[in-house]
Design a protein. Structure first.
Length: 377
């Protein structure tokens, strides 16, 4: 195991297949954080203007990564849940309105909407396998009272990847707002906010983007963000941010209006370093390398007499996630065994979830599967 990618000096005995949960940091991110720590200890915030440049750079990096028209469409948020709550509590609802989603969303994309029941808003949860296609299953729940459709572009527990361009087109035609939890897509596969005609897109940085926890992206179109009433307030969301005597104040015209106070500067330094790796490598290259690993993994699972591929189905588009089970070893026994053998993975849905990234070696996949074969009888 000496062929580690130079940016990922993970422990030799580790097989890291858990990027759909929390990813390791690249070497350059370690360095960025170490330098930021050193600077803070030695000079305090004397270089704050440079930090602001880093913050501006991170918005530009996100703009490039998700193909946003402007860096002004990017807010830096705590996490996906916060951004979803901004949308749920920013929109004006009427009793009788409904929201359409799937019945397999991560709780972050369910709880905020369910909580609107107190305002008479219904959350409709489609069974994505109950119609001709997952998209059709969503469309079948839409009626005249549907105000918003919210969906994870890739489902966390099955790896099912939705055709968000088709969903976006459907929503646009009917005047329904379209919200995409893109945490399982951005950094793994190509993602284009304009092509999918999304009004709101959110993702945290600690999965496929290799960032630390606690810093994510919230994209809004100018029209969509103007429909959101603000739910948090503080100095940083003013148009004239550093004019503290600014009374009365004007709201920032861009998405920065959703950032009420001091930025997560250490997170910004870390995530900017991580995104620089993605952007330098190129998301097309990353997606192609990831799919090569996914194809290999799926093939190996399909050829294995004792493993059963659970998702995504071969007829569905590829994502960075593969879920499988062992026909003889129950998941609750196999999962802790794999973790103890240092195959870092997750227990999700009906099986074991492997989520490699572009830098994993194919031999690591062989090693993980060989470890399964050595499960003590
Ligand atoms: C689809 C999806 N949404 C959201 C999250 C996490 O949300 P947050 O960024 O608020 O922690 C996860 C984490 O596993 C996820 O898989």
């Amino acid at each position: 195991m000496s062929d580690r990618h130079p940016e990922f000096p993970l422990a030799e005995d580790l097989v890291y297949l858990n990027h759909a949960a929390v990813a390791p940091w690249p070497e350059r991110t370690r360095q960025a954080v170490a330098e930021f720590a050193e600077q803070n200890c030695t000079y305090g915030a004397a270089f704050y203007p440079d930090w602001l440049k880093k913050e501006a750079l991170l918005r530009e990096q996100f703009k490039a990564l998700i193909k946003a028209p402007s860096a002004d469409d990017i807010a830096l948020v705590k996490n996906t849940s916060e951004a979803l709550s901004f949308v749920a509590y920013g929109l004006e609802w009427n009793a009788g309105d409904n929201i359409v989603t799937s019945n397999e969303e991560f709780p972050s994309n369910r709880l905020p909407w369910q909580s609107l029941a107190t305002q008479g808003v219904e959350l409709r949860q489609a069974d994505l396998y109950a119609a001709a296609s997952p998209e059709d299953a969503l469309f079948e729940l839409v009626d005249r009272n549907t105000r918003l459709l919210t969906i994870s572009s890739i489902q966390f527990a099955t790896g099912l990847r939705l055709d968000i361009e088709r969903i976006g087109e459907f929503c646009k035609r009917r005047g329904i707002l379209f919200c995409v939890d893109a945490i399982q897509s951005i950094g793994a596969v190509r993602f284009d906010v304009e092509a999918c005609q999304a009004d709101f897109v959110m993702a945290d940085g600690h999965k496929w983007m290799f960032g630390p926890e606690g810093l994510g992206v919230f994209y809004t179109t100018p029209e969509a963000r103007n429909r959101l009433k603000l739910t948090q307030f503080g100095w940083h969301m003013m148009k004239d941010t550093h004019n503290y005597e600014n009374k009365p104040w004007e709201m920032h015209p861009g998405a920065r209006r959703f950032e009420c106070g001091s930025p997560n500067m250490i997170g910004i330094h870390a995530l900017s370093a991580s995104l620089s790796l993605l952007l330098e490598t190129g998301i097309e290259t990353i997606e192609a390398a990831l799919f090569e690993r996914i194809d290999y993994l799926r093939e190996r699972i399909e050829q294995h007499p004792e493993l059963e591929l659970l998702g995504p189905a071969p007829s569905h588009p590829k994502s960075g996630i593969v879920v499988f089970r062992h026909k003889k070893i129950p998941n609750p026994a196999l999962y802790p065994y794999l973790m103890q053998q240092k195959v870092i993975c997750a227990l999700r849905g009906a099986g074991i979830r492997f989520s490699p990234h572009f830098y994993n070696g194919l031999e690591e996949i062989d090693r993980a599967l060989a470890i399964i074969d050595h499960y003590p009888a």
